[in-house]
Design a protein around this ligand. Structure first.
Ligand code: CTP
Ligand code: MG
Length: 579
């Protein structure tokens, strides 16, 4: 996904900077617990060395017993620390993920409409689910073992140096080598895993397109093409994932080889000093123990680096969304009082507009003024810019030239060209328009929108389920529900974008009559294909290729406007002097 609004210009806060103030403290506490646990681990070999070299070798049972008791005690305390950090690790990583998820969702909701239209929904979905899970896994792992690994390594090196500074010099060679390998891995792996997440987006896109277009795909018998597309996307994901994981898996054996070579060297050096007459088996065993602890720590680190690298790639994708521009409080304009809203006018002054990424202006230097309470029709051939004009009038898009004066968004209701119902009941869908509406208001709106009859016809009436798992409504029924939902808001300005195209002419005429009789007499802008739909309007606005050609009554236009007359002629049964 590209969040195309240049947010990268400012240095945006990373996920860590954003959430550290909230989760920093418990996180630090957990890391302290891990440190204490690591301290317990590194004490063990030293106690063991004493037990062997002083207790066993000198045959002193009392020393053996006390050292054994010490070892038991240290192990017990270590286990307690381990238990509590596990609890905190799960708790913190889960609540942090939940927090990020809800912040991310809030940000997506708050995206301004014109910007949000450019966001890739599939990519947002991956970010909201998979990417956050990666971060959560990393956090959990980090608090369990990621910090333990370096602590254990440092502790073991320290204790080993105290035990035998000569042998510890070996570590000065091995440890930097291993650290170099790890640093290189983190750098390279980041790019690889970012690629993996992008392929995941792609797979989601293909799958969702299949789901939403399944009828068309079946109708056009393109099922096998879709299968191929899916197989290709899945194959790509597998390929980049394999490449990334293959890169990561080479690290483990390399580290193991280095450390094991070190152990061989220690044993060899130990043997040399034994031949020189200074043989301390406990000492040697403890040192080898430290080496294995270091090996173990570094191996753990390589494992979790895998998850760190993935999480870093995911975190940057999450940050991109969190740092994208949004409106702090998209709903502040909203108020439910004073219904119906007062009728409001609309004025365009030399407005020009082009779609982001579009090739040319789709609205060109358009000026007009609609008075409060007017009923305005808009006609024009397909692609002439009617819907674009509606988007501008609602404030969903912004002109690059000229100015628009319109009422606040909460006073406008728009019935978009493409109906969008939510899964739920008919009632719940209508309540989106006005959450506090009572049954009488619902019935009134449904009546005016010509929806009451078919709603009452359903066995479940208002509780009929629509959308997923519910009844399948006809195109015209959906349009009428969408209109009823808009009417419930009792707007001051009602905009209908081709909202009765799937309704028969008789029903449509009844709806138009009802619209004119609405309480509060709102300003109505009605975009239509059929001249019949706008013939009764106070004035009609004719658009062609983004230009306002004429604005007048049906009668005036059918005399003076050539384009208007062309439209009339093209619609059989209608003549210029009809009506
Ligand atoms: N357009 C675009 N990007 C969009 C929507 C529209 O580039 N997101 C372009 C279309 O390609 C078209 C022009 O804007 O050339 C006008 O489109 P629109 O306003 O939707 O035309 P309408 O008059 O509404 O067409 P229709 O009657 O088919 O709804
Ligand atoms: Mg349109």
């Amino acid at each position: 996904m590209k969040l195309k609004d240049g947010h990268t210009e400012v240095k945006a806060p990373s996920l860590t900077r954003r959430y550290w103030p909230v989760f920093g403290w418990p996180f630090t506490l957990t890391v302290v617990l891990v440190a204490l646990e690591a301290a317990c681990d590194v004490l063990q070999p030293t106690i063991l060395a004493r037990l062997l070299d002083e207790g066993v070798r000198q045959g002193r049972l009392d020393l053996v017993l006390t050292d054994a008791a010490w070892m038991l005690l240290v192990a017990g305390i270590g286990a307690l620390f381990a238990l509590s950090r596990n609890y905190f690790a799960s708790h913190i990583s889960l609540s942090c993920a939940a927090r990020i998820r809800s912040d991310l969702f809030r940000k997506i909701v708050s995206r301004p409409v014109d910007k949000a239209a450019l966001d890739d929904p599939d990519s947002l979905l991956t970010r909201l689910t998979n990417d956050i899970t990666q971060v959560q896994n990393f956090l959990n792992g980090a608090m369990r073992i990621f910090f333990k690994a370096p602590l254990l390594a440092v502790g073991a090196i320290l204790m080993a140096s105290l035990l035998d500074p000569g042998l510890a010099a070996l570590l000065l060679v091995i440890v930097p080598l291993v650290l170099g390998i790890l640093a290189f891995t983190i750098g390279r792996g980041f790019g690889l895993f970012r690629h993996v997440q992008e392929q995941m987006d792609r797979l989601n896109t293909v799958f969702r397109e299949f789901l939403t277009g399944v009828r068309v795909i079946k109708a056009l018998e393109r099922g096998s093409d879709e299968e191929q597309r899916f197989a290709k996307a899945a194959g790509n994901l597998a390929e980049v994932n394999t490449r990334a994981l293959w890169f990561m898996t080479r690290v483990g054996p390399m580290v193991a080889l280095l450390v094991n070579l070190g152990i061989v060297a220690v044993l060899w050096l130990g043997l040399q000093s034994a031949e020189a007459g200074d043989f301390r088996p406990g000492h040697l065993i403890a040192f080898v123990n430290y080496m294995t602890q270091i090996l173990f720590a570094l191996m753990m680190a390589t494992n979790i680096i895998n998850s760190l690298v993935r999480a870093r790639a995911s975190a940057s994708r999450i940050s991109e969304v969190l740092n994208a521009p949004g409106q702090e409080n998209p709903d502040t304009e909203r108020e439910e009082t004073d219904l119906p809203h007062q009728a409001a006018g609309l004025e365009f002054h030399r407005v020009s507009f082009r779609w982001p990424g579009g090739t040319g202006d789709v609205i060109r230097d358009v000026s007009f003024r609609i008075e409060a309470g007017e009923f305005i029709g808009i006609v024009g051939s397909t692609g002439s810019g009617k819907s674009s004009l509606v988007q501008l009038a609602c404030g969903f898009q912004h002109p690059h030239g000229g100015s628009i004066s319109r009422p606040a968004r909460s006073h406008i209701a728009v019935v978009p060209q493409r109906v969008n119902l939510f899964s739920g009941t008919i009632r719940s869908n209508l309540l989106w328009g006005h959450p506090n509406a009572d049954q009488a208001q619902l019935e009134q709106a449904a009546e005016a929108a010509g929806a009451k009859e078919f709603i009452d016809g359903f066995p479940d009436g208002w509780e009929t389920r629509v959308g997923r798992g519910g009844v399948t409504l006809s195109g015209g029924q959906k349009q009428r529900l969408s209109l009823a939902r808009a009417l419930l808001r009792q707007p001051g300005l009602l905009i209908l974008d081709d909202s009765t195209s799937a309704v028969d002419s008789l029903t449509e005429a009844a709806i138009r009559t009802a619209l004119r009789a609405l309480p509060g007499k709102p300003t109505i802008v009605l975009v239509a294909q059929r001249i019949a739909s706008v013939a009764q309007a106070d004035r009609v606005l004719v658009l062609d290729e983004g230009r306002l050609i004429d604005l007048g009554t049906h009668r005036e236009l059918s005399v003076r406007c050539e384009i208007y007359r062309d439209i009339i002629r093209s619609q059989t049964g209608w003549e210029a002097d009809h009506v």
